[in-house]
Design a protein around this ligand. Sequence first.
Ligand code: GTR
Length: 362
Amino acid sequence: MLEKELAKRSLPDLFCVPGKKTVTTKDDWESIARPYWRRILLQEEYGMLPPVIEPEICVKANAINFAGKAMWEEVSFKFKRNGKEHTVPAQLIYPKGAKGCPFFVYLDFYPEIPSIYLPVEEIIDGGFGIFTVCHKDVTKDNGDFTDGLAGLFREGDRTFDDTGKIAYWAYMTSRMMDYLLTREEADKNAIGVAGHSRYGKAVLLAAALDERFSFVCSNESGCSGAALSRNRCKGAEAIRDICGAVPYWFCPNYLKYVDNEDKQPFDQHCLLALVAPRRAYIGTAVEDIWGDTESQFLSCVAASKAWNLYGKAGFVSPDRLPVCGDVFTDGEIGFHLRAGEHFLSRLDWQIYMQSVRKFLDK
Ligand code: GTR
């Protein structure tokens, strides 16, 4: 049944790269398809990533320790370029005495700790560390490209494949990864990246591009995130909607695909497939019609074959569309569909933590 559902989407084949032989092995994937999808997605959708600049780091302890269970430090990243500078504060919180513990690099809507989407104590109790940043400290969620990190790189008007805001947020999570790798509290092989909705899109991009992330938890990322855009479901967000409301999330080239989804040389399964052979967890909610659960699910089905090239199962699910309460975590791609609305809930975090534990315990 799922094969029929996928056929209705007429997706570009992950293994067919224009002008090259068809990909049949992991080596072909790594040398031909992966660089191609990476380039196409940046050039046509998110914009090119800025060059890596090494920030000056300053660490300050915070006395709040969550009933003595955790340590909290503020880590500031001072970036300098062309005579300008911008400092991004991030919060590092980890179980007291942690050594080699799994971590979430987390991109938040809100500056508060904890925030409505970030239940710090539950995550610490789950044995995970958190390294969190508020998006607006990186660059604000608007069309002002003089703001924050964007202001360091901006040159003139935005054209073609210029970095969009999603790519700036993704870039910052990789700088946080650079730093986390220097800390003995973190298990270098168990650092993932997590985010909800627009930041669910950004973290999927981050994990697709930065292979040091062992896993990604992309919650209700929807259009231009995990959801396929060809033949989307009724009531779901379209490229026209997203480019109409927030064109600055993307590069100007993406506008070409407004009402023109079939002309995209890619679809969102290509982004998900770039995470192979690592772990990707996609969370969805039944009432999130705008986020298009079914199109996110089918993206998992379509991306799975990239994992198969590594001799891995990829996405394991029954041969049917998802129903409320489904949690599929047997393969490297995890998917859940919970009751309720668009939100990053306690239940979502519990499922992500259990899924990550499952692979760490293997
Ligand atoms: C909406 C956007 C969605 C989703 C959401 C969110 O404006 O249409 O794609 O990302 O914002 O981030 O909450």
